[in-house]
Write a protein that binds this ligand. Structure first.
Ligand SMILES: NC(=O)c1ccc[n+]([C@@H]2O[C@H](COP(=O)([O-])OP(=O)(O)OC[C@H]3O[C@@H](n4cnc5c(N)ncnc54)[C@H](OP(=O)(O)O)[C@@H]3O)[C@@H](O)[C@H]2O)c1
Length: 338
């Protein structure tokens, strides 16, 4: 399968490494041979229809700051849209940074690729939060696949679990801890008695958060994941404007201590049920499976037949999230073979 990668940061590079390391297994077990034919970053592109050598792309970035620095195959200043238009491929990986609420530039990349009848895999929540119903409709109309399992839970297969393992059940509600940064910050506030700003600074120094963690703290990141789950799992056409959002910036050490005294923790909880779709700091009892610590995510699906089932795992990480990209790629390949 010929693959174009837009974005070569922690997820993009990890995907490249997985493909290189696991090529034998991918062919043997899944009969899939991903061939990266172009990689684009902000400096330009590296293009080779015979297959880009990922080590050379990494070296070009290291020496010049962009994959476009490659001596022979580099194209300085070439944009993602030009590559989508001109390079022959089967799948586009959209791995650029999340931008909320307008979803750009990822939204335009995804729309353009679908219009060119490319299958699309993205880990970028922005375009989905802004325009998921219309993107799904466009993909259906063009007869291509749009996959995004890495957008919720990193490598933890939360979307796949709900879609594939709860067949026959009605999901009555979804409740989850969906943001690793805020969960880490709230955990440190409770465990070390430090303020939100101190916990955030600590997390930034340790490299757990992005340079600008405002989407995490103000609840927008969790809200965008709720939009994806609502559309994909519950079949409800909503966008980020429909979510009632409150972040954690007003949570004090005192609030956390009070909760602790009654055997509870304050968590940033995303909730979807028949009457609401919301993000709020809420108290969660210590013995509730949702009460996970640190950078873990947890999502509880309340169903009519199977009871409540909670899925837990690491919510982020380049390699973990790249594993979701690979899962989507194998899924698309399987569907194309059917
Ligand atoms: N990392 C995680 O744990 C994780 C987990 C779940 C979801 N995600 C999502 O996955 C996406 C990628 O994450 P990441 O951690 O890999 O991000 P990252 O390390 O910041 O990398 C982003 C890449 O996108 C490139 N880029 C930015 N604007 C571009 C444009 N207009 N055209 C072409 N390339 C452009 C950047 O180019 P330069 O290198 O030139 O700046 C960089 O290579 C994000 O949307 C993120 O929210 C990440």
């Amino acid at each position: 399968m010929r693959v174009i990668m837009i974005g070569f940061g922690s997820v993009g590079k990890a995907f490249g490494e997985i493909v290189k390391k696991s090529s034998g297994l991918l062919i043997k077990r899944y009969r899939i041979t991903p061939k990266v034919v172009a990689i684009v970053d902000r400096g330009g592109a590296i293009i080779n229809q015979q297959g880009v050598d990922l080590q050379e792309a990494i070296s070009a970035r290291l020496s010049s700051g962009s994959v476009a620095g490659h001596r022979i195959l580099g194209h300085k200043g070439t944009t993602a849209l030009t590559v989508i238009d001109r390079v022959e491929a089967d799948v586009l990986l959209e791995l650029t940074p999340t931008n909320l609420p307008d979803g750009e530039p990822g939204l335009t990349h995804i729309e353009s690729a679908i219009k060119k009848r490319l299958n699309v895999i993205t880990t970028n929540k922005g375009p989905l939060a802004a325009a998921m119903p219309s993107l799904l409709e466009l993909a259906r109309y063009q007869g291509v696949h749009l996959r995004f399992s890495g957008t919720v839970g990193g490598g933890t297969p939360i979307l796949n679990f709900a879609k594939e393992c709860l067949t026959g059940c009605r999901i009555e509600s979804i409740e989850g801890i969906l943001n690793s940064t805020t969960n880490h910050v709230l955990t440190r506030m409770a465990d070390a008695g430090i303020t939100l700003n101190e916990a955030l600074k600590e997390a930034q120094d340790a490299g757990y958060t992005e340079a600008d963690p405002s989407y995490d703290i103000n609840g927008l990141d969790t809200a965008s994941k709720l939009v994806i789950m609502s559309n994909w799992i519950m079949g409800r056409r909503v966008s980020i404007r429909d979510v009632d959002i409150e972040g954690i910036s007003n949570v004090s050490v005192e609030d956390v201590e009070n909760a602790k005294r009654s055997e509870k923790a304050i968590k940033l909880v995303g909730l979807i049920n028949d009457s609401e779709i919301s993000v709020h700091p809420r108290t969660v009892p210590f013995d509730n499976p949702l009460c996970v610590k640190g950078t873990l995510n947890a999502v509880a699906f309340k169903t009519d037949l199977a009871g409540t089932i909670t899925v837990t795992g690491r919510g982020a990480g380049g390699t973990e999230t790249a594993s979701a990209v690979l899962r989507d790629l194998i899924d698309i390949k399987r569907t194309l073979l059917e």
